[in-house]
Design a protein around this ligand. Structure first.
Ligand code: PLP
Length: 407
């Protein structure tokens, strides 16, 4: 993948290597159109449209009242780390000692800390794609090289073990796995992860990051398994990452966490120490309550995401020029828009790429989505189902009207 190096005078080359995420850019455009009075339906958002659990809010309140408002330990409060320890055991049968757990400002900072602490200039990070854009961007910030491994639709958007094997070189530092995946919702089974683990046993110099941020959001009884659980012999070089953002609708509290080998966790904490010194004590109290408290709210949300996935997949497969794979989890669908390319919209625009489709949809029918190229695979759209049912249905109907009008 090509790296941008030019930056405006006064700014670092490092800054020149990163961009504002396409999903954020599309959300900004959608907000501008909304502010101009247009009836915009936003299907770009990567966050649950539910409220945080009341017991988490109460725990935050109590934390402030008892004066839990001082600098936290840089790797997280003991109370939250104990709750995370119980969570890893409960969900994955994994034991992490307290000094094998780090808490950060969102899962995103855990990933950032890990890459900052390990990647040197020229080091390679193997990223199955489509993927969340941050992995490649963070790698480039550290002057590393993202090595993208294509996970085609005909393999359910999942990585093939042999493709991962072929991508690994002596310069490889990390393999990043993300189950369920943003943006496709694909989730590898334990058997598929086992096949990848067999490859990783042949490459002992490579760390494995298992980004399980959407681990609970799986449908039709699918069992989510994390890498270290499937391959306990590789736990000593695996970073297991999760958080409360997606499972508990707590994106704004900014709490993520990771379990991993002690030296890596320590290095990540040193990095964090220089960036943020630690994570909000109030947010940590809320996260501990979410992890330890009643989980029935999560089930309600899973049911809603499954219902919306079914609605979106059915309506998209009923749309001229679009086909849509049915994902195992998360709150995204990733329809293929190849049948729209080479056509002209009712507004007179020629569609040559998924970005053209995305912009025409927004500007002519006021539906905001994100183009697949932003996640390293074209021609697709990412549609978020973390949207009220009525808005989702309205957005999908407009996509149908848009496609029906293509000539
Ligand atoms: N990993 C993936 C795949 C994500 O999509 C996101 C957020 O969008 C994160 C990690 C980071 O989550 P957080 O909000 O906890 O930083």
């Amino acid at each position: 993948m090509s790296q941008q190096t030019a930056a405006a005078p006064g700014f670092s080359q490092r800054f020149g290597r990163v961009q504002l995420a396409a999903s954020v850019q599309m959300s900004i455009k959608a907000r501008e159109l909304k502010a101009a009075g247009k009836p915009v339906v936003t299907l770009t958002t990567g966050e649950p449209n539910f409220d945080s659990p009341p017991h988490a809010i109460e725990a935050a309140h109590q934390a402030t009242l008892r004066g839990d408002t001082k600098y936290p330990p840089q790797d997280g409060t003991r109370a939250l780390k104990e709750a995370i320890q119980r969570k890893f055991k409960r969900d994955s049968g994994l034991h992490y000692a307290l000094d094998e757990i780090a808490v950060s400002n969102g899962g995103k900072q855990c990933i950032f800390n890990a890459i900052m602490a390990t990647v040197n200039a020229g080091d390679e990070v193997v990223i199955p794609v489509p993927s969340w854009i941050a992995y490649a961007q963070m790698t480039q910030l550290c002057e590393g090289v993202p090595v993208l491994v294509s996970c085609p639709q005909n393999n359910g958007f999942k990585p093939r073990a042999e493709d991962i094997d072929a991508a690994i070189t002596p310069r490889t530092k990390w393999l990043i796995l993300n189950n369920p995946n943003n943006p496709t919702g694909a989730c590898c089974s334990a058997e598929e992860i086992q096949a990848i683990a067999a490859v990783m046993r042949r490459h002992p110099h490579v760390w494995v990051m298992s980004d399980d941020m959407y681990e609970h959001l799986v449908f039709d009884g699918f069992h989510h398994a994390t890498f270290a659980e499937v391959a306990p012999d590789l736990k000593a070089r695996t970073l297991t990452l999760s958080g409360v953002s997606k499972t508990y609708a707590m994106t704004g509290w900014r709490i993520g966490f990771a379990g991993g080998p002690k030296p890596l966790i320590k290095a990540m904490t040193v990095m964090q120490g220089q960036a943020t010194a630690g994570t909000s004590t109030v947010g940590q109290a809320a996260a501990a309550a979410a992890l330890d408290g009643p989980q029935d709210g999560v089930d309600v949300q899973i049911k809603a995401y499954q219902r919306r996935r079914d609605l979106a997949v059915a309506m998209l497969n009923d749309t001229k020029g679009i086909t849509c794979h049915k994902p195992e989890g998360a709150f995204y669908v990733f329809p293929n828009v190849a049948g729209c390319l080479g056509k002209t919209t009712t507004g007179g625009r020629m569609l040559n790429s998924d970005e053209d489709v995305c912009l025409a949809l927004l500007e002519e029918h006021y539906v905001a989505t994100v183009h697949g190229a932003a996640y390293h695979m074209s021609p697709y759209l990412r549609i978020s189902t973390a949207t009220a049912d009525d808005d989702l249905r309205e957005g999908l109907q407009r996509i149908q009207t848009f496609c029906a009008g293509l000539r």
